[in-house]
Design a protein around this ligand. Structure first.
Ligand SMILES: Cc1cc2nc3c(=O)[nH]c(=O)nc-3n(C[C@H](O)[C@H](O)[C@H](O)COP(=O)(O)OP(=O)(O)OC[C@H]3O[C@@H](n4cnc5c(N)ncnc54)[C@H](O)[C@@H]3O)c2cc1C
Ligand code: SF4
Length: 485
């Protein structure tokens, strides 16, 4: 193992997505010596083309699946590149609902610095900082396909409203967000936090490296993180040392990394939330061209809270052709043969809604006997009722808008959360209110795995707000203003 010149970083950050990209960028701007380690490549807008198969290969974590009853499976999507999932996501930027955050204290005992139950207001200043930095704006620039489905929502007494997103005026509304934004109009941690720090030569980024474990050593106050062990693209093993380690490898990877590092807290990998979603498509007489718009300009929040139905519908969107053809189904199951051909031939005439439901955080991720990952999904009756309600409403809305036929996809998780949740109770959480491990000093978690309960909205803004809060805390400790590990 080669320790080389890697003795002496202030902070090592594992993973460069919504969480890690923000922590690394913020601390680098403070002048801290930060090493950012990322499993995927560093590709930028000049590389991005709307070539679905290539982007899926180059920018995504290989597809993962979890078994569902009846032989079905849930699909997990996430980014594997600098910027993580923010490089390939749809950029919707929403603050959590206060009821989402109100679930955190009962789930894990999480309190704020005054010892009160953690609340939405505790994130306000961090949301504002992220929104300003990313230039979050309202998207009222709806294309025809959105107006088409709005008529169906209104017929059912509901309403679509403009979303907020981290996209600036360079957004050409051509819909290739999931293959990386070619104009940089769509923001990611890659083209903001990380690019800004790199342009001032403040940050060291190593790509194509897989962190295998956090190095933990005995110390007078108990076990302490000293750095990480990683494998580079050539297969060589290295060690890098730092005063603090921030694990931000995403909700499915961070728990595995802690388990592989020997941490034994029983909450690791548990309470994972899926925010399960499906796309629901309606076939219209006129071309909809729902693939040639900024993918999500509108949403319906009428059913957002659990007691109102527990789901949010976004419009208008359709998967790109390969994903569309390989996931589309109806009440008889996945389409195949002539029916599939006929459906895909009419691609331009399909208009789509994205229906995502609140969940109960019952999934888990663990390591099996062969050392591989194992994801377990256990959908509860309340979650099934929300999924049925969201599908029913979406079908009705498309029908009321004039769709002649309706199809949909199976269940997908793109907003996976939890698994290393933050809380005051070490039996029900993995890290404390400052995101530091209950078991290993100097080891922090800084990504979507922190969320004690899944949000009812797209989570990345909240992940970035939590990461900003963590960076602020680490800077206070590094500058000696507050005592720390
Ligand atoms: C298709 C899609 C669309 C989405 N759309 C939206 C949206 O519109 N709005 C929204 O708010 N959210 C959206 N999300 C979700 C959002 O992007 C995620 O919630 C957020 O990025 C999670 O941040 P994270 O830091 O936890 O993980 P990620 O952003 O996934 O980053 C984790 C990074 O860690 C790296 N990594 C993992 N393991 C290792 C290892 N061992 N060593 C080194 N590096 C490692 C990964 O390669 C990855 O780059 C979307 C997600 C997807 C997949
Ligand atoms: S729709 Fe806008 S944000 Fe998305 S890839 Fe195109 S230019 Fe970028």
């Amino acid at each position: 193992m080669n320790a080389g010149s890697d003795v002496g970083f202030d902070v090592i950050v594992v993973g460069s997505g919504a969480g890690g990209g923000v922590v690394a960028g913020e601390l680098a701007q403070c002048g801290r010596k930060v090493l950012l380690l990322e499993a995927g490549p560093h590709l930028t807008s000049g590389h991005f083309r709307r070539w679905e198969a290539k982007a899926t290969h180059d920018l995504y974590w290989p597809l993962r699946f979890a078994a569902l009853p009846g032989g079905d499976a849930m699909i997990f999507l996430s980014g594997k590149c600098v910027g993580g999932s923010t490089t390939i996501n749809t950029k919707v930027a929403l603050r959590a609902h206060e009821r989402d955050i109100a679930k955190w204290h009962p789930a894990s005992g999480l309190t704020n610095d005054r010892g009160e139950p953690f609340a939405l207001a505790d994130l306000d200043e961090y949301y504002t900082r992220v929104e300003n930095l990313l230039g979050v704006r309202e998207r009222g620039d709806w294309e025809n396909c959105v107006h088409t489905v709005q008529a169906g929502f209104r017929a059912l007494g509901a309403e679509l409203q403009p979303v907020h997103s981290y996209t600036d005026a360079r957004c050409m509304s051509y819909g290739s967000c999931l293959q990386g934004c070619p104009t940089d109009g769509g923001k990611s941690t890659m083209n903001t936090y990380i690019a800004m720090a790199l342009s001032r030569d403040l940050l060291e980024v190593r790509t194509g490296v897989r962190v295998e474990r956090v190095l933990v050593a005995d110390a007078p106050g108990g076990p302490r993180a000293r750095g990480v062990a990683y494998v580079d693209a050539a297969g060589e093993r290295h060690a890098a040392r730092a005063r603090f380690v921030v694990v931000a490898a995403g909700a499915l990877n961070s728990p595995q990394l802690l388990l592989r590092s020997g941490l034994a807290n029983p909450a690791i990998g548990r309470h994972v939330g899926l925010h399960p979603l499906r796309l629901v498509y309606g076939l219209f007489d006129d071309p909809q061209d729902a693939h040639r718009v900024y993918p999500i300009t509108a949403h319906c929040m009428k059913f957002q809270t659990d007691d109102a139905g527990g789901f949010v519908i976004e419009a208008s969107t359709i998967m790109d052709p390969i994903a569309f053809a390989t996931t589309v189904r109806d009440a008889n199951g996945p389409l195949w043969g002539p029916r599939l051909v006929e459906t895909v031939r009419a691609y331009r005439h399909w208009n789509g809604l994205l229906a995502m439901v609140n969940d109960e955080n019952n999934a888990s991720v663990s390591i099996d006997n062969d050392g591989g990952e194992h994801i377990e999904v256990d959908l509860q009756p309340s979650e099934r009722a929300r999924l049925d309600g969201a599908l029913r409403f979406s079908r009705e809305a498309l029908g009321a808008a004039g769709a002649k036929k309706v199809c949909w996809t199976g269940l997908i998780s793109t907003h996976t959360q939890g698994g290393c949740r933050m809380g005051d109770d070490p039996l029900r959480s993995v890290v404390d209110r400052h995101c530091e491990s209950h078991d290993v000093k100097g080891l922090f978690v800084g990504d979507a795995s922190l969320l004690a309960r899944t949000l009812s909205v797209n989570p990345s803004l909240t992940v970035m707000a939590l990461a900003t809060r963590l960076a602020e805390r680490l800077e206070l400790v590094l500058s000696g203003e507050v005592p720390g590990a």
